[in-house]
Design a protein around this ligand. Structure first.
Ligand SMILES: *Cc1c(COP(=O)(O)O)cnc(C)c1O
Length: 365
């Protein structure tokens, strides 16, 4: 007897599921800890929580949730147009930017074609590539970051997409503006470049790329951003892509009609207006990054200098240290699945959370 699962495409059966950070509630159950005592620094979430403006917008929209959301997301798109100086048809909204990455893969990939990404790059790129039955081409990293010349060399007539995370997760590495611009000029026009800027808001002004202005020059560029990190809306799931209208149109064709829900639409539009919250989030992150990097240096540990809201710390026997941290109610992220078995990724938290992490780390190493 053939089981229905046996008839699923081999490339689907071969997918290794995404490994999320351990939820607080799960650790509390496993070790009999109280949820309040647990420090989670595992998913690059915003330790400041949610913008009060976003919360208020959701309160007001709660009475509308018997109705379907606006499938065109006008209120959010309008706010994005004004914020970024783009036109409505250049925008694709997603249920998290993860959704947008998947839409790009759906629109551009099929069995037999290739997508390129870097070693140690965000796990979603190989996942969405494999889900389409396309061939993932992983290019060896240089100093934990993208090796752009090597990525250019990897392009063939079968290449359809190339993913760049800037800053990259889980390494926190950043490509410079001139490096990226020169790269975009060298990429053949038949290859779509997905520039994932999930952590852009954490960069100081002078290090931000000019990716949105570059859209005018490069019709094969997609810039993705998210409300999950500096905007503090990870649980709502909202992200977006900006691209040439023809590219955006392709992605919108494979999108679910109502992929972004009502609360997510109003909250993200309101969060976009709360510049003060994003500024505080960045300041909080800068201070926490200084605290954690100084703390691990004091413990004699090395780390990869990071431009995002997390840092990957080199720790001998990282797997054991991860489990011992868990026993003490501190959740960080192992990154062995990113070919970094000697590292743990730590999200920047509140000063008290960072201090607790450092204290427990000192105890368990
Ligand atoms: C967190 C993250 C995202 C955002 O994911 P969402 O689906 O928007 O929550 C995208 N890309 C990278 C590199 C990330 O680290």
């Amino acid at each position: 007897m053939i089981h229905s699962c046996d008839l699923a495409p081999a490339y689907v059966r071969a997918i290794a599921p995404y490994q999320p950070g351990k939820p607080i509630s799960e650790l509390a159950r496993e070790f009999g800890l109280s949820e309040q005592s647990i420090v989670k620094l595992a998913s690059n979430e915003n330790p400041l929580g949610v913008s009060p403006k976003a919360l208020q917008a959701m309160q007001e929209a709660l009475t509308d949730i018997a109705r379907y959301p606006d499938g065109n997301g006008f209120v959010l798109k309008d706010a994005l147009c004004r914020r970024f100086g783009v036109a409505l048809p250049q925008i694709v909204l997603g249920n998290g930017s993860n959704d947008v990455l998947e839409l790009a893969a759906h629109a551009y990939l099929e069995p037999g074609v290739e997508a390129i990404y870097a070693q140690h790059a965000f796990a979603v790129y190989p996942l969405v590539t494999q889900a389409m039955g396309a061939i993932g081409v992983k290019v060896k990293a240089r100093d934990f970051g993208h090796d752009l010349p090597a990525m250019l060399v990897a392009i063939t007539s079968k290449t359809r997409m190339l993913f760049i995370a800037n800053p990259n997760n889980p390494t926190g590495t950043l490509l410079s503006k001139p490096e990226l611009l020169a790269f975009l000029r060298d990429v053949p026009k038949h290859v779509l470049v997905v520039l994932d800027e999930a952590y852009d808001e954490y960069l100081p002004e002078e290090l931000k790329s000019e990716s949105i202005a570059w859209l005018a020059e490069f019709e094969n560029l997609i810039v993705t951003r998210t409300f999950s990190k500096a905007y503090g809306l990870a649980g709502l799931r909202v992200g977006f892509a900006l691209a040439h209208p023809l590219v955006a149109d392709l992605l919108n064709r494979v999108r679910q009609p109502f992929n972004v829900n009502t609360l997510a639409l109003v909250a993200s539009a309101a969060a976009l207006q709360d510049g003060d919250f994003v500024r505080r989030s960045r300041e909080q992150n800068d201070a926490g990054m200084a605290q954690i990097t100084a703390g691990v240096r004091n413990l004699g540990l090395d780390y990869i200098p990071s431009f995002a809201n997390f840092v990957s710390v080199r720790i001998p026997d990282a797997g054991t240290v991860y489990r011992r941290l868990l026993e003490h109610g501190v959740i960080v992220r192992p990154v062995a699945n990113y070919e970094m078995p000697d590292y743990l990724r730590v999200s920047i938290g509140l000063a008290s959370e960072n201090a607790r992490f450092l204290q427990v780390l000192a105890q368990v190493i």
